[in-house]
Design a protein around this ligand. Structure first.
Ligand SMILES: C[SH](C)CC(=O)O
Length: 270
């Protein structure tokens, strides 16, 4: 009921995802900045899958819930969600998802580097692949379907790049739906161009370390400037920022639209 304080109704819990995700660090920050921690609010660690299934259940019974949310993601398509305004700008405004590569890749695999550099797409295009995968299509097949439907993008991404002749390219990523989509599309593009692409899912910190230690060639999972800002700071001299592969991403706290009186993070405080 809208009059009862929200906190006690959901035992002051923000439902989050995997502990290493940057959105979790940002949310810990929000707990302090707003200040929510003093009001007993806490951040629950789980996983994207657990968070979205808890969200689905709450929405089914029109119950209140606060989740860590981000765009692009199918949750905003599937559920009536709204971001909470963030007047203290803890989450930053819009984000870009960057491609990062190990130093030296441009030199010893210029063709793959060129394709990685030219790979850019928008939230709607990424969501096409995410929705297929969310509907049960294997990510590799969803990537293939997308490439078949978008010959113009494929031509842009591969323009002027030499064929790979079996040259290996190792991609690491963090298994968020957005990066499952982009990494599988990139792997399929590389394979169609004759490279031998392999992909490996890692937690966030090991993913960044895999590029910094040359254990992998590239990753499309760097949410910047905020969400992965700490990792970029830690590894900036050991990796190369190839540039954004997606513009217009967004990270924050989200609630179902039926929570009419909760519109900014400050509404959680009182
Ligand atoms: C959950 S977002 C995809 C990225 C992040 O939080 O680091």
């Amino acid at each position: 009921n809208p009059h009862k304080k929200l906190g006690p109704q959901i035992n002051y819990t923000i439902t989050g995802i995997d502990a290493g995700a940057g959105i979790m660090a940002s949310t810990q920050n929000a707990l302090k900045e707003y200040p929510l921690a003093q009001n007993k609010w806490q951040l629950q660690t789980s996983s994207t899958a657990a968070m979205t299934s808890t969200l689905a259940k709450a929405i089914k019974f029109k119950q209140p819930i606060v989740v860590t949310g981000w765009q692009p993601h199918w949750m905003f398509k599937k559920f009536p969600l709204k971001f909470l305004k963030d007047p203290k700008n803890v989450y930053g405004s819009s984000e870009e998802i960057h491609t990062i590569a190990r130093k030296g890749l441009a030199k010893d695999n210029p063709g793959a580097y060129k394709i990685l550099k030219q790979f850019k797409w928008n939230p709607a295009e990424m969501s096409d692949v995410m929705l297929q995968t969310n509907a049960g299509v294997d990510p590799k097949v969803a990537a293939d379907n997308f490439i078949k439907k978008n010959p113009k993008l494929y031509a842009e991404w591969t323009k002027g790049a030499p064929r790979g002749n079996g040259k290996p390219v190792k991609l690491t990523y963090v298994a968020w739906d957005s990066e499952i989509a982009s990494t599988n599309v990139m792997a399929e593009v590389l394979n169609k161009m004759g490279y031998k692409a392999t992909i490996q899912a890692l937690e966030m910190q090991p993913m960044w370390a895999s590029i910094a230690t040359n254990a992998a060639d590239a990753s499309l999972s760097a949410w910047l400037p905020n969400t992965a800002g700490l990792y970029m700071k830690q590894y900036k001299d050991k990796i190369e920022d190839v540039g954004p592969n997606l513009y217009g991403a967004k990270v924050g706290l989200a609630v179902p639209k039926y929570m009419k009186n909760i519109n900014t993070i400050e509404d959680l405080v009182n």
